[in-house]
Design a binder for this molecule. Structure first.
Ligand code: 3NM
Ligand code: MG
Length: 510
């Protein structure tokens, strides 16, 4: 039997979610809003009540030609003639269910590991329920939180099997587009999303379902436009940089910095020097107003406090839903348990157009673990050039964004292209806040130039590092102290100059 998993409703009869409403009415409203398949899931009712409710739900779903599946209880499905069942790993095994159910019944299997997925496929499952995507109060005895990266691994492992897939757990309006976008790998993506509380518990299940249906149809506003590789990539990219610097200056973008207190003043001055409009605003609730200006948000967790993460999350959600760029600078990502947890929470909680960090930070975000960072210093490098380039590319490919791995040589990738940039000056390493300022500068460029995120970040990086070179070359600059004012002057000079591309002022390696 053919079925459409795109907007999969899983019911819940607990008072916290159903809030005393009639389940049949909720399901009918949700179908009117656009739900394409329904699973009746009730872990507590007696068998007689289950059969009675399933029968009533089936009357509703049949009216709309939507399949009804029964969670766990093959007997209930048989009793009412449901279109199929959904089985967890601890439920009746596939073969037994297959034998009992009529020919053509739909059988879906919950899977949270590659092994479970492969077993379900070889058994002949019609679809896989992949979970848990995000931690959710609706089901707390979940086995593992996969996130979009874990889901992608699973999709990769099931490869060219034609089995259908649906993700479940903590999916709501604010993350559904990102879930579909970031879970996709190569040609394989999810066929749908399964939702409990965001529909059943919504004030209007119909409107909620309609909003999901609308969001699922469209690519998220922050989706990368695929940029075909060109011959002489680095040359053709750098040729475009001056025009993009001009474009950014003219756009005068707002850059919203949620940044550490050590560097806030310096970063604000850098943003002003390049012609942008900085605001330092750590209160998460401010983002819903600030994101209206089509600027960018920088999350820099350099001086993380107990309130930072929830403030970041509010802001990220506001900018994500508006489609305005978000930059993540996971300062000291591996240094403490608190920071490692913050990285996991933030990576699960939003889409970052750019992740920028040193080797230790990017490795922590990637999840390779076992890197102990001492404080927020970059620490000794353990990766060679090739490995760094690969790490930046792999993370960008996984997150479907842009990654900038900073160091003496910076590696910039959008998952396809990798660019190594050798510009800059050692004084940059002697002044606090220079790395953090790159996050803010990148935000300004991402806000102003949206069609190619990698080129936007490259432009900001080159403006920044070339200004540093020019500043260090000034004869009154004798060390980091005199470097700072000269650096701001040189940023300002690049901004104000009638910007001409000169051969040799950019030295990058593709
Ligand atoms: N199964 P909500 S998570 C029923 O991981 C269920 O297999 C899960 O609820 C799994 O949409 C889950 O309200 C609950 O977050 C999903
Ligand atoms: Mg179960």
């Amino acid at each position: 039997m053919s079925f459409d998993l795109s907007l999969y409703l899983v019911t819940d009869s607990t008072p916290a979610i159903l809030k005393g409403r009639d389940l049949c009415t909720v399901v009918e409203e949700a179908i009117k809003g656009g739900v394409t398949i329904v699973q009746y899931r009730d872990k507590t009712s007696d068998t007689g009540d289950l059969i009675a409710m399933a029968g009533k739900l089936h009357q509703v779903t049949k009216k709309y030609g939507v399949p009804l599946l029964i969670n766990d209880r093959v007997d209930v499905a048989l009793a009412i003639g449901a279109e199929g069942v959904h089985l967890g790993q601890d439920d009746m095994n596939f073969a037994a269910a297959k034998k009992l159910l009529p020919e053509g019944s739909i059988i879906g299997i919950s899977t949270s590991t590659v092994q479970e997925a492969q077993k379900a496929i070889s058994d002949g499952a019609d679809y896989l329920g992949i979970g848990t995507m995000f931690a959710t109060p609706t089901k707390t005895n979940t086995k593992s939180i996969l996130g979009t990266a874990g889901t992608q691994d699973l999709l990769k492992a099931i490869g060219d099997s034609s089995v259908a897939t649906v993700a479940i757990g903590g999916i709501n309006h604010s993350n559904v587009q990102r879930v579909l976008y970031q879970s996709r790998c190569d040609a394989k993506g999810l066929d749908g999303v399964a939702i409990v509380s965001a529909i059943v518990g919504a004030e209007s299940p119909k409107e909620s379902a309609a909003e999901f249906a609308r969001l699922i149809k469209d690519a998220p506003v922050f989706a990368l436009t695929p940029t075909p590789s060109r011959a002489n990539e680095i040359e053709s990219l750098t040729r475009e940089v001056p025009a993009i610097v001009r474009k950014m200056t003219e756009a005068h973008p707002l850059v919203h910095n949620m940044i550490n207190f050590v560097v806030a003043n310096f970063v604000a001055n850098v943003a002003l020097s390049i012609g942008a409009s900085p605001i330092m605003a750590p209160h998460g609730e401010e983002a819903k107003d600030l994101c209206q200006f089509d600027g960018a948000l920088l999350i820099n967790m350099g001086t993380l406090t107990s309130e930072s993460v929830s403030n970041y999350q509010k802001a990220i959600q506001a900018y994500n839903s508006r489609g305005n760029p978000v930059i993540y600078d996971p300062v000291g990502a591996a240094a403490t348990e608190i920071r490692r947890n913050a990285v996991s929470t933030l990576m699960a909680g939003g889409y970052f157009d750019l992740i920028k960090g040193n080797e230790g930070e990017i490795r922590q975000v990637w999840g390779s673990g076992a890197v102990q960072q001492r404080g927020v210093d970059s620490g000794p490098s353990t990766l060679d050039e090739q490995q760094k380039a690969k790490l930046a590319r792999d993370l960008a490919r996984r997150e479907r964004n842009v990654v900038l791995l900073t160091g003496v040589t910076d590696y910039l990738s959008d998952g396809e292209r990798v660019i190594a940039v050798d510009n800059g000056h050692p004084y940059l390493g002697q002044v606090t806040g220079t790395g953090c300022a790159i996050g803010s500068v990148s935000g300004c460029f991402l806000a102003a130039h949206r069609s190619d995120k990698l080129l936007a970040v490259l432009s900001g990086l080159l403006m920044f590092e070339i200004a540093a070179e020019n500043a260090a070359a000034r004869d009154f600059v004798r060390g980091p102290g005199s470097f700072v004012p000269a650096f701001l002057d040189e940023l300002y000079a690049i901004r104000t100059a009638a910007f001409k591309s000169q051969d040799g002022w950019i030295s990058g390696r593709a």
